[in-house]
Design a protein around this ligand. Structure first.
Ligand code: NDP
Ligand code: 8X3
Length: 257
């Protein structure tokens, strides 16, 4: 018996990495999916694969979570069959650069803050009132170990993920008198397109982040997200911090030569 049959899940940042893996994992449990990100063609390809493989319904929404009006328009314009979102995975996010604050490109700060913090808040604000009306729902934010510690060059990215941690805790307080659950999954090193984006397309530099060690995969994180959203309705997993086995903190990684 599939555990998420008849559920509807909205995943932001579903066009690659952790979000894409969550799409496959939730589809495998029978959830219908709304896939959101900016890269439309990728979303449509993933949607086609999921519909064929799992016989679920998939709706593609091309959206930039930084654009407040577009986020609200997207959610408000959902047809009746798609409105009742049961699970929101706030996953869209990115790091840009690793410069010290006095040398950093301010545009990179704007991009990280607008995406990781404001985008997550817009989506939450757009979706959660419907959950409250139905008194049903689960929000899973993808935070990071960067929300628990600060590492050299992490400054503003870490600040955004500390903000995600605070928003998760605040939302859980706000919704304590409802049946809605709020969780966060906070990974260490996961090999996705994350480092390629952080280093502005430099694949060599990105590869080095995972050199000599076995990082987590998007699938590893998706497994945990699936576990969290398939617990009985009285069980609210607040937070899962997930490291690869050879990582003990943001800067403590054992690497084979
Ligand atoms: P990827 O780069 O592979 O995926 C990021 C996703 O976010 C893409 O689907 C991208 O889609 C989407 N996205 C980025 N900006 C926007 C935007 N403005 N509007 C809508 N979607 C957007 O990286 P990951 O899968 O690794 O990252 C997913 C989350 O996991 C992020 O929040 C990241 O901070 C977090 N994380 C990652 C870790 C890692 O080591 N990889 C560890 C801890 C946390 P598109 O470009 O099509 O818009
Ligand atoms: C991504 C993991 O360690 O690069 O959030 O910040 S890290």
């Amino acid at each position: 018996m599939k555990k998420l049959s008849d559920k509807t899940s909205l995943i932001t940042g579903a066009s690659s990495g952790i979000g894409q893996s969550c799409a496959y994992a939730l589809a495998e449990e029978g959830s219908n999916l709304i896939l959101a990100a900016r890269r439309s063609e990728r979303l449509h390809q993933i949607a086609r694969e999921l519909e064929n493989k799992y016989h679920i319904s998939v709706l593609v929404k091309t959206v930039d979570v930084r654009k407040k009006e577009d986020v609200f328009k997207m959610v408000d314009s959902l047809t009746e069959e798609w409105q009742a979102i049961d699970i929101l995975i706030n996953n869209a996010g990115l790091a840009r650069g690793i410069e010290k604050i006095p040398e950093a490109d301010i545009d990179n700060w704007e991009t990280m803050i607008d995406t990781n913090v404001k985008g997550l808040l817009y989506m939450t604000r757009a979706v959660v009132p419907g959950m409250i009306r139905r008194n049903r729902g689960h929000i899973v934010n993808i935070g990071s170990i960067a929300g628990h510690e600060v590492y050299p060059g992490g400054n503003v990215y870490c600040a955004t993920k500390h903000a995600v941690d605070a928003i998760t805790k605040g939302l859980r307080i706000d919704l304590v008198n409802t049946a809605i659950r709020v969780s966060t999954v906070d990974p260490g090193l996961v090999e996705t397109e994350f480092s390629i984006v952080r280093f502005d397309g430099d694949k060599e530099k990105a590869k080095n982040v995972y050199k000599g060690m076995r990082p987590l995969t998007g699938q590893d994180i998706a497994d945990i997200v699936t576990f969290i959203v398939t617990r009985p309705s009285h069980v609210q997993i607040a937070e899962a911090i997930v490291f690869p086995t050879n990582q003990a903190a943001a800067t403590i990684v054992h690497r084979e030569e």
